[in-house]
Ligand binder design. Structure first.
Ligand code: SF4
Length: 432
């Protein structure tokens, strides 16, 4: 197959015809796309966006001028080492291997690291981590749960594709009931799809009341409406064989809803097969490997993100203080290395606050307005031509299935070359 600098992704789509393709557009990492569906529209706006952005042969540039990749890498290494405080962000549109290289680079530079996951931007992020969750993979929910409870989930997020893939199919025991708790019903209300309108302020009390009923303990006397809802939920639970509770990770800023749901799920799991599944409230976070980014950062640096200075001896974890967006907006970093596609929240912050900063972007796209000090390291298309694994948010490892060739180096290779150059330059600077 021939490629040229003008080659568009569409021109190369036929290469992988018929092969199932993985979409890295969000944490669901759907594995059932085809080149045909990518051409004609996948029916998922986020997925169409994931495949339509990105060039197969992106150029490398310094301050808007095309340069060879090696020159861009050399300059990027110099700027990173001269920086007073660099930040490494992005990551969620890239593979596990790439994130590992990014962590090694962060250690060498003592850089701040944050993939801009919504959880690291809220103060109570560690609450659910401390309690621990009983969880299962999405297919377990699809195949086994005859009762799915949506706890304060909003239909405007990636819950609709989730429903299509994991709730609508019939479970093995042949029928599924759903309950939506919150302001809106996730499914059209019927006798099998119940909806209980519950205010946000009452969500914790409701979870505690349901748990008290399950454990046959007395609970605090609250409104009879809430008590009636707790009775109906308990009745549905009694009639079910297997229960999945689906919630969104960041809808709850206090952490108390997560805490009360984790306790409820654990109590339920002592009585019958039950588990919780948490999805991002915000579907478009720049890519589907949020779980991979937080897992690799935890394993390598000791925290999932919001790391002020990376260290393999264990880094501090300062959620809502050193997350990428706040570091940029407080103008505490003078060099921003974005690995992979830019999450929209970071793009907005950079447009307002990062005009004077050095911005180094390793990616197949470059949607930023021109920055005075910008370096682009072009790499092969992340959606079409990248090999490697991503981690789905339920912990399942998903291998990407590249279906178009690129003459550009992969993102792993470009980042590795940058790491090598930083090592060489560090040695040169420390030699008298
Ligand atoms: S739901 Fe997510 S992973 Fe699935 S096709 Fe849409 S963007 Fe891609």
């Amino acid at each position: 197959m021939k490629s040229s600098n003008n080659t568009t992704p569409d021109a190369l789509l036929d290469e992988g015809h018929g092969k199932p393709i993985v979409c890295g557009g969000c944490e669901l990492l759907c594995e059932d796309l085809t080149t045909q569906s990518i051409k004609s529209g996948t029916g998922c706006a986020l997925s169409d966006n994931w495949f339509s952005h990105g060039e197969l042969q992106p150029e490398s540039m310094i301050n808007g001028k095309k340069v060879p990749l090696t020159e861009a890498i050399n300059t990027a290494a110099q700027r990173l080492l001269s920086s007073r405080r660099p930040l490494i962000t992005g990551l969620v549109s890239t593979t596990i291997d790439t994130i590992q290289i990014a962590c090694t680079l962060a250690e060498k530079l003592h850089a701040a690291v944050d993939a801009n996951a919504p959880e690291t931007a809220i103060l109570t992020a560690p609450t659910a981590i401390r309690i621990g969750d009983v969880t299962a993979d999405f297919e377990e929910l699809r195949d086994r749960a005859d009762l799915a409870i949506f706890w304060d989930c909003s239909p405007s997020t990636n819950f609709q594709p989730f429903i299509k893939r994991f709730i609508r199919p019939t479970p093995q025991n042949n029928f599924r009931h759903t309950i939506s708790i919150g302001s809106t019903s996730l499914l059209p209300p019927t006798s099998h799809n119940l909806h209980f309108a519950v205010q946000k302020d009452d969500l914790v009390s409701l979870a505690r009341m349901v748990q008290a009923r399950l454990e046959q303990k007395a609970s605090r006397k609250l409104s009879s409406d809430l008590g009636n809802i707790a009775d109906k939920i308990k009745e549905s639970i009694d009639n079910a064989l297997c229960i999945g509770i689906i919630s969104s990770k960041t809808a709850d800023q206090t952490g108390l809803v997560s805490w009360s749901l984790s306790h409820l799920t654990r109590s339920l799991a002592h009585q019958k097969p039950s588990f919780g599944i948490r999805l991002n409230a915000e579907a478009n976070v720049g890519g589907g490997n949020c779980a991979g980014a937080s897992t690799v950062c935890t394993w390598r640096l000791g925290a999932p993100g919001a790391i002020p200075f990376a260290s393999n001896a264990g880094s501090e974890f300062l959620p809502a203080e050193t997350d990428a967006q706040r570091l940029i907006e407080r103008e505490e970093v003078d060099c921003i290395l974005i690995i992979g596609r830019i999450p929209s929240r970071i793009e907005d912050s950079m447009a307002k606050f990062a005009k004077q900063k050095t911005v180094i972007h390793v990616s197949d796209t470059f949607p930023l307005p021109e920055h005075g000090n910008s370096i682009r390291l072009g790499c092969a298309s992340l959606s079409h031509s990248t090999e490697g694994d991503m981690l789905r948010s339920d912990g399942r490892l998903i291998s990407l299935q590249p279906f178009a060739t690129s003459q550009q180096s992969s993102i792993q290779k470009v980042l590795n070359d940058l790491l090598d150059q930083v090592t060489v330059e560090t040695r040169r600077r420390s030699t008298p």
